[in-house]
Write a protein of this length. Structure first.
Length: 135
């Protein structure tokens, strides 16, 4: 009977490690994609039927979530960094002739990042064996 419990614990640790690794591998390309889309000319920006503010919010919520789950010991650093990134990228848009940065856009992005991190933190609190450790 003890072997079954040990095997179950080992499987959970393995799954937790894989979740963390997958989130780390997703976070960095997603960050690069968001930077590219934000500072590239408007013609290179993908177009969806969703409102632009919803696109911004969802992109940063996903980014905040994967950084939070990928680096659970650095959640506060992820939040501060993503909020700073949102502001910096909006400021950089003034260097691109076809773009314009706005404080309201940066606020939507910061709120999205904070929401993604909050949701990921809640997941970690509800399922600490799967999401709560840095492996």
């Amino acid at each position: 009977m003890a072997t079954g419990a040990s095997d179950n614990r080992t499987a959970i640790i393995y799954i937790a490690a894989m979740i963390s690794r997958v989130c780390r591998w997703l976070a960095w390309p997603l960050l690069v994609a968001i930077i590219f889309v934000t500072v590239s000319p408007i013609g290179l920006r993908p177009v969806t039927p969703a409102p632009a503010d919803l696109e911004r919010f969802v992109a940063y919520a996903a980014l905040g979530g994967v950084f939070c789950l990928g680096y659970p010991k650095h959640r506060l650093l992820a939040l501060v960094s993503l909020v700073a990134l949102a502001g910096a990228l909006e400021a950089l848009q003034h260097l691109v002739p076809t773009r314009h940065g706005r404080i309201s856009d940066a606020a939507v992005k910061a709120l999205g990042a904070a929401t993604g991190i909050l949701v990921a933190q809640r997941l970690a609190a509800w399922y600490p064996r799967l999401f709560g450790r840095d492996v």
